[in-house]
Design a protein around this ligand. Sequence first.
Ligand code: ZN
Ligand code: ZN
Length: 745
Amino acid sequence: MYADVILPLPFSDLYTYSVPVEMRNKITRGSRVIVPFGNRKYYTAIVYKIKESASNDFKIKEIHSLSDSKPVVNEQQLKLWEWISFYYLSPLGDVYKTALPSSMKSEDLKSKFKPKTETYIRVNPELDPVNITGIIGRAAKQLSLYNQIEIILTYNKIEHISKKEVSELEGYSVSVLNGLVKKDILQTFEVETGRLNTAIKPTRKPHPLNEFQQKAFNEIINCFKSRHTCLLHGVTSSGKTEIYIHLIEEALSTGKQTLYLVPEIALTTQLTQRLQTVFGNKIGIYHSKINDNERAEIWNKMLSKEPYEIILGVRSSIFLPYQNLGLVIIDEEHEMSYKQQEPSPRYHARDTAIMLAHFYDAKTILGSATPSLESYFNTRNGKYGIVTLLERYGNILMPEIQIENTFELRKRRKMKSLLTPLLIEQMKLILENGEQVILFRNRRGYASLVECEHCAWTPKCKRCDVTLTYHKKRNRLNCHYCNASYTMPAVCPSCNSENLKTLGQGTEQLEEEVERLFPEYIVGRMDLDTTRGKDAYEKIIDDFQSKRIHILIGTQMLSKGLDFENVGIVGIISSDSLLNYPDFRSHERGFQLMMQAAGRAGRKNRQGKVIIQSADPDQPVYGYILNYDYDGFFNSQMAERKMFNYPPFSRLISIVLKHKTEQKVEDGSEYLAALLHQSFGDKVKGPSKPIVSFIQRYHLREILLKLDYSFSIKKTREIIRSAETIFHTKEDFKYVMIHFDVDKV
Ligand SMILES: [Zn+2]
Ligand SMILES: [Zn+2]
């Protein structure tokens, strides 16, 4: 008997081992096993297939041990892994590595996963209580502690008490307790307590839906009768979350599990509380800021007889072992952060979650105020159903949007700060009224460029071909590509001039400026630099919600579906930078970001305000934003995409080659492009130099494949794989790395 297993290695999809006799009745597909590999190395592997025979019998090693009594990966998960590996051109081992919490795949023999335990204390049940005082003798402190414990146990009718509680008793000390344990009067033992909080009780029923929400809810239920996937296109603040809560209730009532996906950890923070008030401990939270042992516990709970009925999480939560998934909610489905960039597999969590739902025969609801062009296109061609919700919840009006021409204002010397005079004036009014302000700037740090005024020297990263961003508070220059950090020179290293100027203002500079303009108000900042700690998001969001912060400055992180009640005005600073980068999706992204940012403004019964600062306000995209015209924007973009054959009219596969020698990557990319050209012809674009073509000491070249949707994925995969094999058998290119990014965003 043999087993094909998945190892966390990228070389081959499967590895064959023989199954020891004693394991034969226990091992199955999805089992976790420990196997030897190479010289004296062991790996945790997942059994993919059990089989009767194997070729090359003499070379085959034996499985060392079986880790659990039951499989830890179920059939649907394995199907999903296979699909990801197939579609995203990624080895199964990479998918396995991404899917399992690290403590479950630790490479040493003893599992790294340590259950959390608590020490308990009991009275030795074999002792006669009458004799105890005799044994204790004249140790008065021991007697006192013993008596207190005895009283608590008797009074509460319990057998044992936690050491923590004992330590709080009067006259307690470690030596007194140890004395009693040494005399075998008291005994200690460990109890596995788990890290998961199971005591949360629901405090409310779902709120009744208003007439518009109810109509949307009914339409969704109706849509699910004929379709698996439905898009809920609901404007910002239309109360989509409450509709989801009712859909979850519906799933629960039929005994089905729900997966609720959000694009950012920051969003789980706000949603957790809200969902817990309705669903209590039925809900589990899963994302990367949860420690690894806790993630392993959640995984195990999902395999148990009492799994979580609802999982709220970011993209990694699609990998959990669901038992009877019935509903998948993908909120803010347009967010590009659903796509994994590094490492492989570069999967899109939205598209993968739809596939996951398919394996469970579950329904998927996609939600957004600004749907991705792909999803909206899928409703037009009938693949998805669509439900539209145009009314904001509780009579909140859509904010009034105004565009300020900073180019004109600069010409007339009216711009004395990063903010236009109108925005400053409006902010003053809003703040005096007790309302709050949100300012967006899609660039973190203090300045994106430092330049010598004398010789035009600018600091660059030694490992990447990018200029460094200046972070003033830390007085460091940082590379936003590889995170390298450098000291800020006091004088120009090239000409010794002291005049180093900064250009391109980031969030840190905006914060400094706003603090100067509004000294009497508290300013907060939310970007990658301020949210590194585990609870950092929570703290900023909480401070803003409870009005300890009056003005919140942030990057796009702040636009993603966070709900605040008291925001009177939203300012978008340098909006053009959102539109002006060379990518066919830049306008889609800019439109979504600005509409989403605008959606943060608004209070009950009072219209919110949005001011967009642009130096080029004649761009057509601003017209669609001013009029809240999603359809108009969609149609104009689709015309362009069609003309240039971009997604959703084609499938885009990016192939990136990496090597430390530029010539090698140059020659290699030419060679690979030629190989691909034999099968794909003019669908092969490039090779070309990416905008940043040197990252972390590696030179990069990119080849793009723009394939028709009708072209078979299987065929595509075969051609690419065979080209890759031929490429790597060439001595010259053996060590040139190739990365695939299917449906690149
Ligand atoms: Zn200089
Ligand atoms: Zn760098």
